[in-house]
Design a protein around this ligand. Structure first.
Ligand code: HXC
Length: 257
């Protein structure tokens, strides 16, 4: 599929996806959603890809869902189309996805970054859920994911006032994993993604699935799930190779098929 609103580039076993609607600060319209979801689903099927990086421009990761596309929608049309439901297909990506965020990550942009597995932020990154200023509220998971990540006090303040959070506050609050100089953001995200892609792919995928379980279930069920998946890993070639390599004092050679 030839894409118009995103750019994809493979770097070894890492797929870099760059949002590419610069004139609209990467506002997320239906075409971009369809293309992005198509790209991540293809990457999920491609054994040559071990990790994904999603980024925008230096000015904006994404300034939100496309307001001009939504402006004249009715309740009936939104309900019939189940507007934004397609984004759950992005969130369901099975391989690890890193968000590399510079500039604005607002509304749907912040929500999209939170659908990724972790966020690396440039010093100029700004996060916010300003939908209330438009007479609506977050609609791509922000009221739920932001609250789980930063807690009720900050999430409530951000959703009710629409104020932005800078990179330092976002790191303090647990929204971003690390802050990097803007000029090094994509290189650092690719390096981190390569580290992940060098691991055993099925094990990285099972690890992602298990960490995500923490957001879906009780502690007791989550720990039981972890233990069952951990046990299952002992049926994999990856566990045999990884532990043999440690004992034999050599680097592990994981399968790449
Ligand atoms: C459509 C957008 C857009 C958006 C920016 N643009 N954000 N178009 N949807 N979300 C467009 C502008 O219209 C403008 O195009 C161009 O991008 C540059 O934006 P400016 O406003 O001129 O830039 P600047 O003055 O630097 O301000 C940057 C900004 C501001 C602070 C990020 O653009 C802004 O506040 N954007 C809206 C942010 C927002 O409210 N996001 C939440 C959306 S709702 P033109 O053609 O005019 O030059 C959402 C969740 C939906 O995401 C859930 C509810 C259903």
């Amino acid at each position: 599929m030839g894409y118009e609103t995103i750019i994809t580039a493979q770097h070894g076993r890492v797929l870099l996806i760059t949002l590419n609607r610069p004139k609209a600060l990467n506002a997320l319209n239906s075409q971009l959603a369809a293309e992005l979801i198509d790209a991540v689903r293809a990457a999920d099927r491609d054994p040559g890809i071990g990790c994904l990086v999603l980024t925008g421009s230096e000015r904006a990761f994404a300034a939100g869902a496309d307001i001009k596309e939504m402006q004249n929608q009715s309740y009936d049309a939104m309900y019939a189309a189940d507007w934004f439901a397609q984004w759950e297909r992005f969130a369901a990506t099975r391989k690890p996805v890193i968000a590399a965020v510079a500039g604005y990550a607002l509304g749907g942009g912040c929500e999209l970054a939170m659908m990724c597995d972790f966020i690396l932020a440039a010093e100029n990154a700004q996060f916010g859920q300003p939908e209330i200023k438009l007479g609506v509220m977050p609609g791509m998971g922000g009221s739920q994911r932001l609250t789980r990540v930063v807690g009720k006090a900050k999430a409530m303040e951000m959703c009710l006032t629409g104020r932005m959070m800078d990179a330092a506050e976002a790191e303090r609050s647990g929204l971003v994993a690390r802050i990097v100089p803007a000029a090094e953001l994509v290189a650092e995200a690719l390096k981190t993604a390569e580290t992940i892609a060098d691991m055993a792919l099925p094990i990285a995928m099972m690890t992602k699935e298990t960490v995500n379980r923490a957001y879906e279930t009780t502690l007791a069920e989550g720990i039981r799930f972890e233990r069952r998946v951990f046990h299952a890993m002992f049926s994999t070639a990856e566990q045999k190779e990884g532990m043999a390599a440690f004992v034999e004092k050599r680097p592990a050679q994981f399968r790449r098929d």
